[in-house]
Design a protein around this ligand. Structure first.
Ligand SMILES: NC(=O)C1=CN([C@@H]2O[C@H](COP(=O)(O)OP(=O)(O)OC[C@H]3O[C@@H](n4cnc5c(N)ncnc54)[C@H](O)[C@@H]3O)[C@@H](O)[C@H]2O)C=CC1
Ligand SMILES: O=C(O)CCC(=O)C(=O)O
Length: 231
């Protein structure tokens, strides 16, 4: 979502119908947007990953992660997984693909990116070929960029044990079949990336109540919804 665009829609609608913040979500905070919305999809991805791994007696801490995409979803997922003790061993976006067996220092990478740096120029990792990212050795693969990236060409070579569909439809139907046969567990996008739309719902709820939640409350409610949906 693009907050400026949502503000334009809200403004145009309100011109004809009076001040109506609840008609559109993803608004800037000072126009009635929700705290926590920026991080919400990545945070939901982290909660979904936690819930799935727990089913298999595993946890984020002690697991290795490969992440495609370092935009809104990928960068928040990477930061939150890193905070939970997960090791992000390879990561890529349009500006480069990098790996570090010992785990990438995600806060340092965020700083590098926020200062305008490209992934390929980050000092805390080595550059690798982009085509190797999705088939890199790891416990958990998080495609957080585009649809259709896992297909019959690369699915047979996937080494991850778990795939969290953080992007929309990253796994095409042929890949789905191949991965299932290989015993790879794929957590579907409709659940895994629902954090954004859930917090957009919270934004609507806050708008109609005329009451703003604290960020902690937003995150706690998001956790509750993600966990109960998983069950
Ligand atoms: N932002 C949100 O709240 C939600 C996003 N999604 C989905 O998640 C995905 C990512 O969305 P955002 O993070 O918001 O987008 P974004 O535009 O912020 O980030 C996209 C990232 O993917 C990278 N990328 C693009 N092409 C690539 C390629 N060929 N190889 C490697 N990396 C590539 C970009 O460099 C960037 O880091 C999309 O599929 C979107 O539909 C789904 C639900 C909610
Ligand atoms: O904000 C929302 O309601 C959903 C966002 C979403 O699905 C997206 O950005 O792709």
């Amino acid at each position: 979502i693009h907050r400026q665009t949502m503000a334009w829609i809200f403004d145009e609608y309100s011109k004809f119908h009076g001040h109506s913040p609840a008609v559109v979500t993803g608004k800037p905070i000072d126009l009635g947007g929700s705290l926590g919305r920026d991080a919400a999809t990545g945070r939901g991805v982290m909660y979904a990953t936690e819930a799935l791994l727990a089913e298999y007696g595993k946890s984020i801490s002690g697991s290795t992660f490969v992440i495609q995409g370092f935009g809104n979803v990928g960068s928040w997922a990477a930061q939150l997984i890193h905070e939970k003790g997960g090791k992000v061993i390879a990561l890529g976006d349009v500006s480069g693909t990098i790996r570090n067996k010992a785990g990438i220092d995600v806060p340092a990478l965020m700083k590098h990116r926020n200062e305008g740096g490209q992934l390929k120029d980050f000092h805390g990792a080595e550059v690798m070929d982009a085509s190797e990212l999705l088939v890199h050795e790891c416990d958990v693969l998080l495609p957080c960029a585009l649809g259709g990236v896992l297909n019959r060409e690369n699915a047979p070579d996937v080494k991850a044990k778990f795939i969290i569909e953080a992007a929309n439809h990253p796994t095409d139907p042929e890949a789905d079949e191949i991965l299932t046969k290989k015993g790879v567990v794929v957590l579907p996008d409709i659940y895994a990336n629902a954090g954004g739309v859930i917090v957009s719902y919270f934004e609507w709820v806050q708008n109609i109540q005329g009451f703003m939640w604290e960020e902690e409350k937003v995150n706690m409610e998001l956790h509750k919804y993600m966990n109960s949906a998983f069950q």
